[in-house]
Structures are given as structure tokens and as C-alpha cells.
Design a protein around this ligand. Structure first.
Ligand code: ATP
Ligand code: MG
Ligand code: FE
Length: 355
């Protein structure tokens, strides 16, 4: 069994082939960083045009590297949301065209489910598990019970975790994308130098807030004015990363308690509960080492995909295709692209979100 996965929801154009056992036969990712760099963020129209320019060639490359032809595929999976609608439509239309031409099933995949289920491909993690999803557009804690079966425990009321990294990088002049740049700068900084806020820390629940943190970084930069040095930048990056991780850990402690109460103190097989961290920010080593400590204290086991599978890629989309195909699920060629598509449609609005 072989499934082609296409990803085009943001600023990566990606194609991959994954087999039924979760072996990645090819995984080609083209980042549009250079196209968006001059603007300090992703420009939707530029992204959509770049997806059109590159998608066909990437599919060809993915098929060649996997050593198979379109006729060998069992199904095609393409991101159908959430994301920038122009980009989503390009990957999805391409996937549908291949499915129609080769008379094979099409599966429209939720991009967030791609992040959520990647560890089942890399580490064969069984359901249920707790998931910290930290990406460019999301920051959520979920219980993953099965394919398409999610319970959201908390979400951000303003910025996503990756967004906070990207905006902070912009304020510090570290460039785009901000996450890796802030992490590298922080390694040379003093994390205790600047006293930055930990929004929502100590409040009940599992929701997040990061916009005040980013504003506090901006104020510090303004206070330092023209005299700001390279070391000041490093110290601010480190203090920001410390504050963001502190906030996440505080929220995670509540989530761990809720999860343990819900699921019983140990898994049915006596093994530890599993905490998965996924999404682009899960590539951050500092966050992972903090989560590792929390897991040790709470008798959880931390699992994270390798960094290259944390950021957007086609293999995670192909894998959701594999999982859904095995369950007998198929989507029609009339499936619509969705700009918004929550994993848990029944989740109440975030506390304090005001909506
Ligand atoms: P979403 O998945 O929510 O739709 P997205 O697909 O744009 O958003 P991802 O590709 O999953 O986001 O992740 C990209 C984000 O991850 C960016 O905000 C980037 O700055 C952040 N990121 C990547 N590497 C790191 C790192 N080492 N440390 C912190 N953040 C990182
Ligand atoms: Mg991206
Ligand atoms: Fe993503």
C-alpha cells in the first residue's frame, strides 16, 4: 500500500509517499522562505502562486525518489484545511486530479491531524495520548482518542506559540522564520536578565495567552533604544523563550492532572501515559527539555517527531491518508477546502477569548 501526500496550506510546498507500515519512501519539502523574507511573514497571494509553480515538479520528484509511478498508488491524500485557502485549494485540486485520472480514492486531510498523528508513523504510539500542538497558527492541548477523535483541553486566546516566536524575532531583527532564529540567539543569552510576564500563569484551566509577552519584549527593546547591543538581543531572546516555556509548563501541569483523572492513573497496560509534542515549535530543544522534566515528575513519557517532521511536510499528510484509508474512509471529489477546521468541533470557546 502506497499513499501520496500533498501539503500546501502555508509556505511549504510538499509531496511524499508513505507505505502502509509508515515507512517514508520519499518526502520532498520546498520552503518558500526566500519569497516571503522581504515581507517578514507569509504573503498569501505569493504563497499560492509559488505552490502552483512548484507542486507538479515536487510530485514528480517524490514519485521518482519513492521508486514508483502514479499507477502504483493506493490513494492520494491532500491537505484540505485549515490554512491559507488559495494554497489549500492548489494541493487539493492537484490531489483530486490525480485520484480522478488514476481512479484511486482521494482523502482530504486536516493539516492539524497531520501534526497530531505523525508520532504514530515514527514511534507507533497507541491511542489515547495527550498532545501539545504548538505550531505557526495553533497552540492547543488535546486528548487524541483515535483518528478524527479529539478532545480539546485548552487553546490560545490570542497568538499561537510559533506566531509568538515569529513576532518576537521580527521585533529583535532576527529575521524570518523566527523560531529557529530565536532558539539560536537564546543559546547565547542570559534567560534571567529580563523579567517578562507569564500571561495566565496560576489561573485555572489549560488556555494560553502570548500576545502580552511579545509586547513586553517590544517595550524592553524601546527602553534600550539606540544603545541596544547584540548581547541585549541574545538576553531578550533567552528571557522570551524562558517565559514562553514557563507559561506552557504551567498550563501543561493542569492538563496532566485533568488527563490523569480522566484516563486513570496509568494506562490499562500499566505503562506510563504518553505526552506528544508536535507542530513546528516542537522542533525547539529548550521546550522539549522542559517538557521532559514535567514528564519525569508526572510519570508521563514524552514523544516528539524528529525536527524535520515537526515542521510542515507531505509525509504527515500521507500518513493520515494511510490511517484513514485503512479505516475505509474516502472523500468525494466535491470536498470543499476549509480555511478553518478545528480538530475538536465541540470545544467550548477559550476562557477569556470573548467570542
Ligand atoms: P499550523 O500548523 O498551525 O497551520 P504552520 O503550518 O504554519 O501552522 P508549522 O510549519 O507547523 O506551522 O510550524 C511553523 C512554526 O514553527 C513557525 O512559527 C516557526 O517559527 C516555528 N518553529 C520552527 N522551528 C522552531 C524552533 N526551533 N523553535 C521555535 N519555533 C520554531
Ligand atoms: Mg511554514
Ligand atoms: Fe503546520
Amino acid at each position: 500500500m502506497r499513499v501520496l501526500g500533498l501539503e500546501s496550506s502555508c509556505d511549504e510546498t510538499a509531496a511524499a509517499v508513505v507505505d502502509g507500515a509508515g515507512c517514508i519512501l520519499s518526502n520532498v519539502v520546498l520552503s518558500q522562505i526566500e519569497e516571503h523574507k522581504p515581507y517578514g511573514g507569509v504573503v498569501p497571494e505569493i504563497a499560492a502562486r509559488a505552490h502552483i509553480d512548484h507542486m507538479d515538479r515536487l510530485i514528480e520528484q517524490a514519485m521518482t525518489e519513492a521508486g514508483c509511478e502514479l499507477g502504483d498508488l493506493s490513494a492520494v491524500a491532500a491537505t484540505s484545511g485549515p490554512g491559507l485557502i488559495g494554497g489549500v485549494m492548489i494541493g487539493m485540486m492537484t490531489g483530486k486530479a490525480i485520484a480522478a485520472a488514476k481512479q484511486i480514492p482521494f482523502l482530504g486531510v486536516n493539516h492539524l491531524e497531520g501534526h497530531a498523528l505523525t508520532v504514530r508513523m515514527t514511534d507507533q504510539v497507541p491511542f489515547p495520548y495527550m498532545l501539545l500542538l504548538v505550531s505557526g497558527g495553533h497552540c492547543q492541548i488535546l486528548v487524541v482518542r483515535g483518528v478524527g477523535n479529539y478532545q480539546r483541553l485548552g487553546t490560545t486566546i490570542d497568538d499561537a506559540a510559533g506566531e509568538a516566536f515569529d513576532k518576537t524575532a521580527k521585533i529583535l531583527g532576527l529575521g524570518y522564520p523566527g523560531g529557529p532564529a530565536v532558539e539560536a540567539a537564546a543559546q547565547q543569552g542570559d534567560e534571567s536578565r529580563f523579567k517578562l510576564p507569564r500571561p495566565l500563569k496560576g489561573k485555572p484551566g489549560c488556555d494560553f495567552s502570548f500576545s502580552g509577552l511579545k509586547t513586553a519584549v517590544r517595550r524592553e527593546v524601546e527602553k534600550l533604544g539606540d544603545t541596544i547591543t547584540q548581547q541585549d538581543m541574545y538576553d531578550l531572546a533567552a528571557s522570551f523563550q524562558r517565559a514562553l516555556c514557563d507559561s506552557i509548563l504551567d498550563r501543561m501541569r493542569h492538563a496532566v492532572e485533568i488527563y490523569q483523572k480522566q484516563e486513570g492513573l496509568a494506562q490499562a497496560d500499566g505503562g506510563p501515559h504518553v505526552l506528544v509534542v508536535a507542530g513546528g515549535v516542537a522542533a525547539n530543544s529548550y521546550l522539549k527539555s522542559n517538557l521532559q522534566q514535567l514528564c519525569l515528575d508526572s510519570h508521563f513519557m514524552l514523544v516528539a517527531p524528529p525536527p524535520a517532521l515537526c515542521t510542515d511536510n507531505g509525509a504527515m499528510i500521507a500518513w493520515v491518508g494511510v490511517e484513514r484509508f485503512k479505516l475505509g474512509q474516502r472523500d468525494g471529489l466535491d470536498l470543499a477546502a476549509r480555511a478553518r477546521w478545528p480538530l475538536d468541533p465541540n470545544a467550548p470557546p477559550a476562557a477569556g477569548a470573548g467570542v
